[in-house]
Design a protein around this ligand. Structure first.
Ligand code: DSN
Length: 496
């Protein structure tokens, strides 16, 4: 179980000798009054969001609750400053305070992850991946091309040299995990610019075990010869061996890029160590700050020294001006993640996911890969006769917030899907332990067993419509309220 002193704020309250949640209550009440004076609907939606988050079982694997100090740090005038460029090398005057917060955030990030370099400007995970891709392209393609053409910088290129360089960029290849195996759109898929920048080859998982088949991946990489191999996922419920991924990348001359957005908190919290820690093995690591890492909404990139100069060109190469207030909040989140309390939290996230998986399996749910050893579980809801969309909606009707997700070789495609993805980071922050997650498993299975697809006019089962047995949503919400009330979110923060 997470230490209660840290369970809902992320900071050691006793060390600060202050109850941050209670101290923040009048501040937030005044803040909402001030916002309401300009646009009451925004103030009301902000207040209601807290009410909603407090009252629901938040099980979206990519969400969490940041500490109040992290949230507060985002609401300052650091937002008002332009600071394109890097620390001490800006395109605008007057950036000394932005330099300070960016340097502090980078210092904490490098120490936390043991990285050679950290770039904390990306605004999101997609942005972090774009920075990483362009850094790899600059390092691996642009620099050698400039050298071959005898140019010191791109400014020295003639028009026909430019044509050469563009052709070099255009024929690059990337390998990423397939979407239905749990990969992410930004790993070379067509709904993201990465799918238009690169020729992509997806690697899947073994049809029997559901696990990454490293031998098959090696064979495919030998054949495809990618410039970049991307490891990382958003819906794969298992750990990855990054030493093996690096070995494959080295064999085929690829750069290993790891997108650790989902599991950064487990790396920071030393749950993923040795060959499961991507940082010593990847050339470039991208991430978000707001998922299991429990920081503000944003991204960052870690890299080896070799890639650092190219990574630092992120803004203005592919990013808008850095968000000073968010970099400041990232600094706080990284500092929080360096505490022993965060390590205990991260371990609980993984332990709770196991308890949730066991509770689901015991009650007849079918899980992709048969379980989990990270922070998420993927239920294949087809054995309840449902699509992922129906399951997601029925659970939401019952106060359980999840999201539908494809399962490997999903017959229902990416819109309806056959899966529901469930994660433990947020409710672990509220202090849920194994017993509470077992109750969560019971509630989920009750709802799924009580839901039936509606029959269409043609007599077939609808993929979207459903009915839930009378009283089940109400009963579920009342059971949830008992455990949620026992683990309040930001206790002491009263807004009425
Ligand atoms: N939206 C994130 C997730 O839910 O996994 C990734 O983009």
């Amino acid at each position: 179980m997470t230490d209660p002193a840290e369970s809902t704020t992320g900071v050691d309250l006793s060390a600060n000798n202050i109850d941050i949640n209670t101290a923040a209550a009048p501040v937030y009440r005044q803040m909402l009054d001030i916002i309401a004076a300009v646009e009451p609907r925004v103030a009301e939606a902000t207040r209601q969001e807290l009410v909603d988050q407090r009252a629901s079982l938040k099980l979206i694997a990519s969400e969490n609750y940041a500490s109040l100090p992290v949230l507060m740090t985002m609401g300052t005038w650091l937002s008002d400053k332009y600071a394109e460029g890097t620390i001490g090398h800006r395109f605008y005057a007057g950036c000394r305070n932005i330099d300070t917060v960016e340097a502090v955030a980078a210092e904490h990030a490098t120490a936390l992850f043991g990285a050679e370099h950290a770039y904390v400007q990306p605004h999101s995970g997609i942005d972090a991946n774009l920075v990483a891709y362009w850094a790899i392209l600059q390092h691996r393609v642009e620099s050698p091309t400039l050298e071959r053409l005898g140019a010191a910088t791109v400014n020295d290129l003639t028009e026909s040299d430019w044509e050469d360089l563009r052709r070099e960029f255009n024929r690059q290849r990337v390998m990423g995990m397939s979407l239905d195996a749990g990969g992410h759109l930004t790993h070379g898929f067509r709904h993201n610019i990465s799918g238009k920048m690169f020729e992509q080859h997806a690697y899947g998982t073994d049809p029997t075990t559901g696990l990454i088949d490293y031998d098959a991946l090696r064979e495919a990489a030998r054949e495809f010869k990618p410039l970049i191999i991307v490891a990382g996922y958003s819906a794969y419920p298992r750990r990855v061996n990054f030493a093996r991924m690096r070995d494959i990348a080295d064999e085929v001359g690829a750069t290993l890029m790891v997108d650790m957005a989902h599991f950064a908190g487990l790396v920071a919290g030393k749950v993923f160590t040795g060959e499961e820690n991507p940082v010593p093995y990847a050339h470039v690591v991208s991430s978000t700050t707001h998922k299991s890492l429990r920081g503000p909404r944003g991204g960052f990139v870690l890299s080896t020294k070799d890639y650092a100069p190219a990574v630092d060109k992120g803004c203005p190469m592919v990013l808008g001006g850095p968000l000073g207030h968010v970099m400041a909040a990232k600094a706080l989140a990284f500092a929080e993640a360096r505490t022993a309390g965060f390590q205990a939290y991260a371990q609980s996230v993984a332990d709770n996911a196991k308890a949730l998986a066991e509770g689901l399996l015991r009650r007849g749910a079918q899980l992709v890969t048969g379980g989990t050893d990270n922070h998420l579980v993927l239920i294949d809801v087809s054995n309840f006769g449902l699509t992922g969309r129906q399951a997601e909606s029925a659970l939401l009707d019952s106060g359980i917030v999840t999201n539908r997700n494809s399962v490997p070789r999903d017959p229902n495609g990416a819109w309806y899907t056959s899966g529901v993805r469930i994660g433990t980071p947020a409710l672990t922050t509220r202090g849920f332990g194994a017993a509470e997650f077992d109750t969560v498993a019971e509630l989920i299975v009750d709802v799924l067993k009580s839901t039936t697809p509606t029959t269409t006019s043609a007599g077939a089962a609808s993929k979207a419509k459903y009915t839930i047995a009378d009283g089940v949503p109400e009963k579920t919400m009342s059971r949830s309220a008992e455990i949620l009330d026992a683990h309040p979110l930001y206790p002491g923060l009263t807004l009425d």
